[in-house]
Structures are given as structure tokens and as C-alpha cells.
Design a protein around this ligand. Sequence first.
Ligand code: 9MR
Length: 341
Amino acid sequence: ENEMKFDATEPGRNQFSYGGADAVTGAASRNGQAVRGHTLAWHKQVAAWVSQDGVKNNNNYSRRELLDILKNHIFNVVGRYKGSVREWDVCNEVLDDDQSIVRTNPDAYTLRPSIWATHIGEEFIDSAFVWAHQADPEAKLYINDYNVEFAGNAKTEAYYNLVKRLQKSGVPIDGCGLQCHLTTGQLDTLKLEKNIRRYADMDLDCIITELDIALANPHAADALTLQAKEYGAVTRVFLRNDNCPSMLMWGISDNHSWRQNKPLLFDSDLQPKPAYYNVHAQMRLAAERAGQSGIEDIRGDETIVSTRYIDLYGRPTTQNGLVIEVNTYSDGSVKAVKKVY
Ligand code: 9MR
């Protein structure tokens, strides 16, 4: 979440600190995992030597100096992870929360005040993408924002306008990220898919970057089932749109989330929740439909020590119809497989 942000990677001017970020890329490479880099130009978590609050220019840098600071930062960080970070959130949350401007001018957008936007100007976005591309021509480059998921919403439309403008200007942008910090009851898959598809028409990716779905009514008996359904619905949208090649959760277990109300796939004991099983089931079904054998089960000599059966929402069930068989192995690992009885 935080290891590749500006304050972590360049805590002092031209003094780079890569301990946390190296730990992430190292673990990923040992486990055959791809990495998204987050993030290069943002108004939050900038180092204090750049700006005390992310907006004020309290060190009185000139525009030229700020451009040099951003350029040096991007060349260093992207350069270091060339080949080990597959894609970067180059600019994060550049849009203002108030986008009422699109009601009167349908092609417009308003940038949020930040040390970069206010003291350099909008071109900081264009330049950041160009520098990132120069530093690693193979990396995929994204812009990323929140409240931009559902077509028709003012900020979603403003985001679309900004991305169109960047593409038209020849900026090397591969697509845009929808953070997807949702709460149960909010998901509209039609509007989400409409939004994703219009980027396909522009030959751009539109990916899910920070998915979490908090429970609107955490004490309701069906709260986790509703959450599981919505996680499954987002997963299906992701799986059926080729220009949506990434779907990332913003964290692993509920007790380590930035949000309240159990938004993630694993509970505080790291046990998979109904939402986990539904995401897994959707992926397995899609793999089977595509004629693949599904997720490979690679293990050595371990034997199964216990087996239980759950339905697609994680509720205990018996060996009847379509079920998920959850096996615990002698090495303590747990593996779930879908079966039809
Ligand atoms: O999850 C991050 C949390 O640990 C930090 O305290 C917070 C501070 O800025 O940033 C959180 O991550 C944010 C992400 O970088 C951008 N989109 C919104 C995320 C949640 O606030």
C-alpha cells in the first residue's frame, strides 16, 4: 500500500530509500508474481521537503525546480524497478471531488489543488507520463482515481474527459484505474461495464486497482452473503472485458484494512470469507469455460487430513450438486476445489 509512495522512496532530496519497495519486488519475484507500482505523482504522502501538506509550496520552489524534482524522482524510482514493476500508477487522484463543471461543459474536468498541479500546472501530468515511459519503455502506465467507477456520475465523466485529452495530446498512457472502494448496495454492474467498455473503444485499458467492499449493515444476517455476491459480480465484469487485465484488492485481511466494516476477502484470523470463495469460483468457472484446466494444484507428498464442503457463498453444505471441497493437508495448507456430485 505505502512502500512505493514518494515519502517512502525519497524521504530526503535526492536521497532514495528502497528497503520497503525492494522487499515487495523481492517477494514477488521469488513467488512468480507481477507488481503494480503505486504511485509517482500524488498530493498525499509526498515527502515534507517537497511540501508540508501536499499542496503548499512552503519551500518556495520555482516551477522549473518542481519539474526537476518530479523528473528526478520518476527517473530514479521507475529506473530502479525497470523489469520488476509491470505497471505504474503514474498520477494518482488528480481530479477534484467537485466536478459539477461537466454539467455545463461536457468535455471539461477540474484538477484538485496540489503541489504539482497548483505550482507546475496541468502539464505535470503529461510530463510525468513521458518521463516514466522514458525510464522504462516496457512498463504499462496508468492514471488512477476514486469515485470514477460508474458511468454518468460527474467525476466519472470528468475522468473520461481527462483521459481523452491525454490520449489526444500523445501522452504515453495505457489506461486508467478505477479504485473501486465500494460499500455493499452501491455496485451498479451495468454502469461499471459501460464505463470500462468505452475505454476499449479508445484502445485503452480500464482496470480495477484498489477493490474493497465494506459492509453497509455489518450486523445484518446476510451481510457477508451480499458482500460475496457483489465481489462475484465485480469479478465477472473483470473477467469478461479484455481491456480490464488487472483486478487488485486493497489489502488482504479485514483487520489490516484502512477501512472499517470488514471490506476484504479474508477475516481477521486470515480465514477465507464467503467473498473469497465467490471470487475464486467465478475465476474457476471462467477458466473452465475458456477450456483451461483451471488453477493447477501443485503439491508434493502431503496427504489430505480433513475435508469439508461449502457452497459458492461459503456456507457449510453436504456432497450434493455443485460444491467447493476444502481440503486441509498434512503440511497445514488448505486448498479448495470445485466439484459436482
Ligand atoms: O491504504 C493506505 C493507507 O495505509 C494510508 O494510510 C493512506 C494514506 O494516504 O493511503 C492508503 O491508500 C490509499 C491509496 O494510496 C490511494 N487510494 C486511496 C487509498 C485509501 O486511502
